[in-house]
Design a protein around this ligand. Sequence first.
Ligand SMILES: Nc1ncnc2c1ncn2[C@@H]1O[C@H](COP(=O)(O)OP(=O)(O)OP(=O)(O)O)[C@@H](O)[C@H]1O
Ligand code: NI
Length: 313
Amino acid sequence: MTLLSIRNLKSYFVTRDGVVKAVNQVSLDIFENETLGLVGESGCGKTVLALSILRLLSENTVVEGKISFKGNDLLRLNEEEMRDIRGKEIAQIFQNPLSSLNPVLTIGLQVSEPFMLHRGMKLADAWQSAISMLRAAKIPSPAERGKEYPHQFSGGMRQRAMISMGLACNPALILADEPTKGLDVTIQSQIIELMRELVKDRGASMLIITHDLAVAAELCDRIAVMYSGEIVEVSEIKDFLSNPGHPYCRGLLRSLPLNGMEPIPGNSPSLIDVPEGCRFHPRCEYAMERCRNEHPEIYEVENGRKTRCFLYA
Ligand SMILES: Nc1ncnc2c1ncn2[C@@H]1O[C@H](COP(=O)(O)OP(=O)(O)OP(=O)(O)O)[C@@H](O)[C@H]1O
Ligand code: NI
């Protein structure tokens, strides 16, 4: 069953230099009870896609298309209805908890907040629920540590606190944007393990944005790859790792340390002035005449795999 369905989403920023087409005609489904990875080079539009779902983009953004979630089109809800969905039905776990946590409130109080806001609990009950949540996130001595402030927590512990906050109201969908960025490798894998456990235990779905294909391999059921504002491949993670379809995805795999770290030649295109034809053609070793002039649609390949490449037309 589909939990969230994005159709023809466009998120454009109007800037002095031109229109930045950060998300361009994206269609993507997130199923119930699945973890979907979203990968792609820096600046390809991953964060903007996640922020579009939550409608957290700035005023100068034009957002068009349809985002269906539990019978509603999120893009058509009013701000009050949307506030009700944020944190309760769709939670976010973003990178850099230090900038997302309030420095002058205790961790316990901040994790209590969603319980008060969305579940109507009084502070004393919310506090108890917050402490259980911190315990579930494996924060040691949660009753004492809940009284501490963000700066008294290590980076890993702060991320655990953010995860507790995100999962407090049992959201159906969690949007996690690089949740382990900047953490030590060992802490990273503990956080990933924790997220997998908590998300699966609750039967929630997750969209996880990551640069790290190893993280995606560990955590995801399916993967979606973005290039220059577009989805270029969607596939089961195991098919993707063993046999990626799109030439860009083949390049991504070759750039992994265990495969020789061969970088993809060239740079990703500007989102203001995108190449004609296939956006990847200037960097593609398989580029044909057609790729220079025609924009490929996304083709159904096999096994639910979809690839935006004329090799599969
Ligand atoms: N408020 C804004 N105004 C104008 N352009 C923006 C704005 N926010 C993002 N962009 C542009 O939109 C594009 C996509 O940005 P986005 O943050 O989604 O990339 P990303 O894939 O998340 O990259 P990273 O992996 O580095 O986080 C970038 O070119 C970025 O500069
Ligand atoms: Ni990002």
